[in-house]
Design a protein around this ligand. Structure first.
Ligand code: ADP
Length: 784
């Protein structure tokens, strides 16, 4: 060990050395330093070596300055220091101890023993102090290094220990922090609460963990503070120590998370869909409120439980488990449809099981969204049902409209109404004609007609399960009957059923009115036909004798010229009258089905020739040019020669009539497949397009060409068509419009030559007799 002895006086230095030599057992190495700087220089030469500085006053440095130069960063001198002070040393000694000296001795007390003990004690104290300082330094380093805020307060609430984080966060520097109180740290609004918690810690002696929230620089900060008391060896509590962690951002994150959770919960609870979340063990970890509506059970009854534990039906558990497993294993959403018998009745649901992934891409949970499809399916089914009913209504409408009599309409109506609305019984009552009409339809379970018929006319007795009645009306809204349905097979009669029956009744009402009109029309038509027949006969009968008379007159050679002209005129007019009457007779015969053909094998060229011959006079009178095209070989058909000539004459006559003088008429005969085609074309008045479809109807005349009709009645073409049809042929009319000519094309089946028509068909002649019987013999007698 080295003893550095600093003293200004050499005498003092030697004396100190002398005293120590006397008292110290092991003789140390003494180094004398006349100045403070030289003492420091000796000490600095080898700071590692154990040494002690014994300093009496020196001239270059004050005692405390000498000590300060030796202090290291922990505040302790580089080696034990013993100061020799003037006199007893009581005045300056304590200040030297505070400055860092380990001991002091007043020079009045100097003795070998005192000096030696002071040196030894200083060594021990210096070591202890150093240890303590190092420990404190270590503690401070640890405390400062901690991210948390560390502090200690005495019983008066004064901070005596704070760490760097505390000071930085709360805005104090090292010196300001010492002795400060919570009033200054947190402000008067928060300080009382902090003091109260300190008081509790001191009173109970227990650690307290509390959140402390206050505003700093306009921001809300929250600390999680753990406080505990410090007690001395005797157990007396003398300080409150605390560690506070800033949990502001944690709290904010937590609050944000909670807000999100709440928002999600609100969303989940207010969506009509049921949301369920399953963990990998297929347990419910989230269940939305809507589950109660379906199952009648609260969400908490499901939470933490597996599907089977939640008591769902086994078949459903199997279905869900399969979907969940697939979602977990394959990581793809799964969709299942299922039925659930809820307390409110059966429901149809669609479940979508959607996997949710963790950051590593593994399926962590599966979210199930269960959507109640019942209403949509019901609406779709309703729509389909209505469409079916509409289609059947359309069919029923067609069938009813196709019915021409009231009986038929009533029958179709009962059957269709019963069928469409599914009832056991249906009855239609009609006030029709003289007798009331009733049509009934009932299923085989209903007792047969008559047996169990009730007073109100139901075949199976009064209906047990409700009935539906709708009136049938005429166009003026007057009831003409009613349709009744009873005993619906499936459910009650509802507004839909009523709408359907009202619709059917409306269709039937219209058809009934049509049937009434149709019947009336038929009657009128029949009467008209009969009238025409009678009229024609009445007109025909006087014609034959008149013709005979004219014939007789013709033979009188002495007739004067004027009388001859009058007679020719009468003859022409009579011929015209005869043709008209004959046509009328034929029309009436055909419409009464009283015409029969005298069939034979007929050469069509011959027919055309005869018809041309018959109309030659008219053609000549109009100076028409005639072109005739015929094939080289004869074309044959089976038919009534006279009637076929009549057909062609009619066409030639029309062509001549409706073509202005000097026109051109073309007649063409050709074979077309198994048919003969005869075409009569002219370049005359033509027929407007709107009239073409009606031109073959009875009494049809084109208004624009009426002046050229020359006494026609609109009968000829109707007759032509009916005669052609009786021959198994057909006729078509074509015109490009008024003034653009007309073309009539007629097709007749060709006779193949081998097969001749049966004899009985050929032989017949049943033309009613009045005309032939009266005119024929009279003419014959005149001609003889
Ligand atoms: P009508 O005795 O009035 O000629 P038809 O039945 O023979 O009666 O013909 C019906 C109508 O068709 C005629 O009134 C006429 O307007 C029209 N018609 C017939 N043939 C011709 C034709 N070749 N050219 C123009 N119009 C024609």
């Amino acid at each position: 060990m080295r003893l550095i002895v600093a003293a200004h006086q050499a005498r003092d230095r030697e004396w100190i050395v002398e005293l120590l030599r006397l008292a110290l057992a092991d003789a140390p190495e003494f180094i004398a330093a006349p100045t403070g700087e030289s003492a420091l220089a000796h000490w600095r030469q080898d700071p590692q070596r154990p040494q002690v500085l014994i300093a009496a006053p020196v001239e270059d440095l004050e005692p405390d300055a000498l000590i300060r130069h030796m202090l290291d960063p922990t505040g302790i001198t580089g080696c034990p220091v013993v100061m020799i002070t003037p006199g007893h040393g009581r005045e300056s000694g304590p200040a030297l101890l505070r400055a860092g000296a380990q001991d002091y001795i007043g020079e009045s007390w100097l003795s070998p023993y005192v000096l030696a003990r002071a040196v030894e004690n200083a060594g021990v104290r210096w070591a202890a102090e150093r240890e303590l300082r190092e420990a404190r330094h270590l503690l401070q380093a640890i405390v400062d290094g901690a991210g948390a805020l560390v502090f200690a307060k005495d019983l008066q609430g004064r901070y005596f220990l704070t760490n760097q984080a505390w000071r930085e966060r709360l805005g104090f520097d090292d010196e300001q922090a010492v002795g400060v109180t919570d009033d200054a740290v947190f402000g008067p609004s928060v300080a009382p609460a902090v003091r109260e918690s300190d008081r509790q810690v001191l009173a109970t002696g227990e650690r307290q963990v509390a959140e402390e929230t206050f505003w700093r620089n306009g921001q809300r900060v929250t600390y999680l503070a753990s406080k505990f008391p410090l007690a001395d060896a005797g157990g007396r509590r003398w300080a409150v120590c605390g560690v506070a962690t800033d949990v502001t951002s944690l709290k904010e994150a937590q609050a944000a998370l909670e807000a999100r959770e709440r928002a999600l919960q609100t969303l989940a609870d207010n969506t009509p869909d049921i949301l369920l979340r399953f963990d990998a063990a297929l347990r419910h970890v989230f269940v939305s409120a809507a589950v109660q509506g379906l199952t009648g059970r609260a969400p908490r009854e499901f939470l933490g439980r597996g599907i089977r534990e939640a008591g769902l039906p086994v078949s459903l558990c199997e279905l869900w488990e399969a979907a969940l497993r697939m979602a977990f294993h394959e990581g793809r959403p799964q969709t299942v449809e299922f039925r659930f018998d809820s307390p409110a009745g059966p429901r149809h649901l669609t479940g979508r099981f959607v996997p949710e992934f963790d950051p590593a891409g593994r399926v962590e949970q599966v979210l199930a969204v269960l959507h109640d499809d019942t209403e949509r399916q019901r609406a779709a089914e309703d729509l389909r049902r209505r469409a079916r009913v509409m289609a059947r209504l359309a069919d029923a409408s067609r069938l009813i409209h196709a019915s021409l009599s009231a009986e038929e309409i009533a029958r179709v109506l009962v059957e269709q109404a019963r069928d469409i609305l599914g009832t056991r019984q249906a009855v239609v009552d009609l006030a029709w004609g003289d007798e009331p009409l009733q049509v009934v339809s009932c299923d085989h379970e209903t007792p047969p007609w008559g047996d169990g018929r009730s007073a109100d006319g139901w075949p199976g007795g009064s209906p047990a399960r409700g009935q539906l009645t709708v009136a049938l009306t005429n166009p003026r809204g007057k009831p003409v009957g009613q349709v009744r349905l009873a005993d619906r097979l499936d459910g009650e009669f509802d507004a839909d059923a009523e709408a359907v029956l009202v619709q059917l009744a409306a269709i039937a009402s219209t058809s009934l009115e049509n049937a009434r009109l149709y019947a009336a029309l038929r009657l009128a038509d029949q009467r008209k036909t009969e009238f025409i027949a009678i009229l024609a006969h009445e007109l025909r009968n006087p014609l034959a004798p008149i013709r005979n008379g004219l014939e007789i007159l013709r033979r009188k050679a002495e007739l004067r010229d004027s009388a001859a002209r009058a007679r020719d005129m009468m003859e022409r007019q009579l011929g015209h009258l005869v043709r008209l009457v004959d046509d009328l007779l034929d029309v009436s015969r055909i419409s009464r089905g009283k015409i029969q053909l005298q069939r034979s094998r007929v050469n069509l060229q011959a027919v055309i020739d005869s018809a041309l011959e018959a109309t030659q006079a008219t053609l000549d009178a109009h100076r028409h040019e005639l072109a005739l095209e015929q094939p080289h070989t004869a074309l044959w058909t089976v038919g009534d020669y006279t009637r076929l000539v009549q057909v062609m004459s009619n066409l030639f006559n029309n062509a001549a009539k409706y073509t202005p003088t000097g026109g051109r008429i073309t007649v063409q005969l050709r074979q077309k497949g198994r048919e003969a085609r005869i075409r009569v074309s002219d370049n005359g008045a033509g027929i407007p397009g709107s009239m073409l479809p009606h031109i073959f109807e009875l009494f049809t005349q084109v208004r624009e060409t009426l002046p050229q009709a020359q006494g026609g009645l609109g009968i000829g073409l109707s007759l032509v068509r009916q005669l052609v049809q009786l021959h198994g042929g057909r006729i078509e009319a074509h015109s490009d419009g008024l003034g653009l000519g007309s073309r009539f094309t007629l097709y007749l089946p060709l006779d193949d030559g081998g097969a001749t028509a049966p004899a009985d068909e050929l032989a017949e002649a049943v033309l009613p007799g009045a005309d032939t019987s009266s005119a024929g013999p009279a003419v014959a007698s005149v001609l003889r």
